[in-house]
Design a protein around this ligand. Structure first.
Ligand SMILES: *Cc1c(COP(=O)(O)O)cnc(C)c1O
Length: 311
């Protein structure tokens, strides 16, 4: 796609005392290194959508996101790199392109930001609304919020196909669950531990099953895939974007011990869940785990003074 893209991403051993003590082999899939700006799994989800864009005569790419959306940031950066016009429909009519670092970066990359109120934003899955947007903005390719569409799921299956071994567990954070659905699509054995980063994350199970139906799997196949999924809903730290001193101390500790940089919104919560599950014995001795570093490190800029590293 662009010369800056680093695919396949590296798979590294994580050398950490807790893992040695409990006899667990932990690897980390460094999707955070795919691109300096495009948060790892956002590239996975956009990649095939961009290929679709290139195949037809679209006038640009339009997508949706909240004020702090990594997906908006990623889409804007890809648009800039590939000279594709991008339009971001942003939730919140009170916002401007100066409101925060994410929106500033997106506008700086050339994305046209359109700020809409909550009601209008809630129409984003409706066919008529998408049609209206296509007419208004000139035959644009409309990509769902968070890249949560069929091509997004398929793009994420590559995370699995790039790995030669078959681990007992995959673990990753979940927002829309698209990346989790892609991992489930890609595997035929092992468990997937998905860590919703918001409160009351149980509903994501249904969303993931729904995303799997887009991928052409039959009912039975989906039911079988869903038996491989374990949700870890106790590590949301109070909700989306929320964190406390325990999480900050944990992120700094992991950095000091392993050199790994994690963020407080997604990957820090995932790695915390991994350590908790190892300590509780839920992940038994002798297991092999692949943790997916989905990226998102630019999200640490808002709490830079609390962390012992910069990105
Ligand atoms: C967006 C994002 C996620 C969530 O991915 P989903 O496919 O929406 O579940 C996870 N990690 C990072 C770093 C992200 O930016």
């Amino acid at each position: 796609m662009s010369t800056k893209i680093k695919i396949p991403s590296r798979l590294e051993v994580v050398d950490y005392e807790l893992f040695v003590d409990y006899n667990i082999n932990v690897y980390i899939k460094r999707d955070d290194q795919i691109h300096p700006e495009i948060s790892g799994n956002k590239w996975r989800k956009l990649n095939l959508n961009i290929e679709k864009y290139k195949e037809r005569l679209y006038g640009g790419i339009l997508t949706f996101g909240g004020a702090y959306s990594n997906h908006i940031h990623a889409t804007a950066a890809i648009g800039r790199d590939l000279q594709i016009p991008t339009i971001g429909i942003i939730r919140g009519e009170e916002l401007t392109s100066e409101s925060n670092a994410t929106l500033k970066a997106a506008a700086g990359a050339g994305m046209q930001l359109v700020f809409v109120n909550r009601e209008e934003y809630s129409w984003r899955y409706e066919r008529d609304y998408k049609e209206l947007l296509r007419n208004k903005f000139g035959n644009v390719l409309v990509i769902e919020e968070g890249g949560a569409n069929y091509l997004g799921v398929i793009g994420c299956t590559a995370i699995v196909s790039e790995i030669e071994m078959k681990p007992d567990y995959f673990i990753l954070p979940a927002g829309t669950g698209t990346t989790t659905a892609g991992i489930l699509m890609g595997i035929d054995q092992g468990k997937v531990i998905s860590v919703p980063v918001f409160k009351k994350g149980d509903f994501i199970r249904d969303e993931i099953a729904e995303l799997l139906t887009y991928s052409g799997l039959g009912e039975e196949e989906i039911a079988e895939k869903m038996t491989l999924l374990e949700l870890e809903t106790n590590c949301s730290f109070g909700g989306y974007g929320k964190f406390n001193q325990t999480l900050i101390d944990f992120i700094n500790h992991i950095y000091a011990e392993t050199g790994l940089k994690l963020d407080q919104i997604y990957t820090g919560k995932m790695f915390y869940a991994l350590c908790e599950r190892i300590k509780s014995g839920d992940i038994p001795s002798g297991s092999t785990v692949v943790a997916i570093h989905t990226g998102g490190l630019q999200g640490t800029s808002s709490i830079g003074d609390k962390l012992d590293f910069s990105v």
